[in-house]
Write a protein of this length. Structure first.
Length: 212
């Protein structure tokens, strides 16, 4: 399975629905596309572009994907990131009309393997404390670049992200130590936080094809 998340900046006052229509027309005709999720990032997103696009292919992406993305009308810039799942879970695979949250993070070059594993374990424990996280997935980025991990969640309501998730003691009193340069466990030195509406669950679609 090939998984890729992309941040797209739009040109001027372009309607994101027109961009999505171009993508669906070009990709859904081909074989191998399991899921395409596209949404405009909501206010409160940080370090992100205008829109989030996620692509899920059963195998490799089509050979013309690079050209297709470069030729999209109304798109000023695209940042692509392939990732490989290392863990996750599904509570509501049929979730529809919810909120898709993507956290891109970069671990410090000085971080030890033990610190990185502990960070990953703490992130994957979050849903046990937060029932509002309906589906979730943590992935590593295999290629060198600005990000090392992708942490994704699906929520039924935006309040479950902005309320329970961000305000939960497990988050700010435990997990945040990995992100705080004033803490001895500081491991993450950069993040980007994007959240947008979604029509149907990507993680519910991906689960049967996951090997972890």
């Amino acid at each position: 399975m090939w998984s890729e998340t992309l941040q797209l900046d739009l040109a001027g006052d372009v309607d994101e629905r027109a961009v999505e229509a171009q993508l669906r027309e070009a990709l859904q005709a081909g074989a191998g596309l399991l899921h395409l999720a596209f949404g405009r990032n909501l206010p409160g997103s940080w370090g992100a572009a205008d829109c989030t696009l996620d692509l899920l292919f059963a195998d490799a992406p089509p050979a013309h994907l690079d050209d297709l993305l470069n030729r999209l009308e109304g798109v000023a810039s695209i940042r692509r990131l392939r990732y490989q799942r290392i863990g996750g879970g599904v509570r509501e695979p049929g979730l529809a009309g919810g909120i898709w949250r993507t956290l891109l993070l970069r671990v410090r070059p000085q971080a030890s393997a033990e610190q990185i594993r502990a960070l990953e374990q703490d992130l994957l424990r979050m849903p046990a404390y937060m029932p509002g996280i309906r589906n979730w997935q943590l992935s590593r980025v295999p290629a060198p670049g600005p990000w090392t991990h992708v942490w994704q969640q699906e929520f039924a309501r935006v309040d479950d992200l902005l309320g329970e998730y961000l305000a939960h003691p497990y988050h700010w009193a435990w997990v945040d130590r990995w992100f705080d340069p004033d803490c001895p466990d500081w491991t993450v030195d950069a993040i980007a936080h994007a959240f947008c509406p979604f029509a149907s669950s990507l993680l519910g679609r991906a689960a049967p094809h996951s090997h972890h």
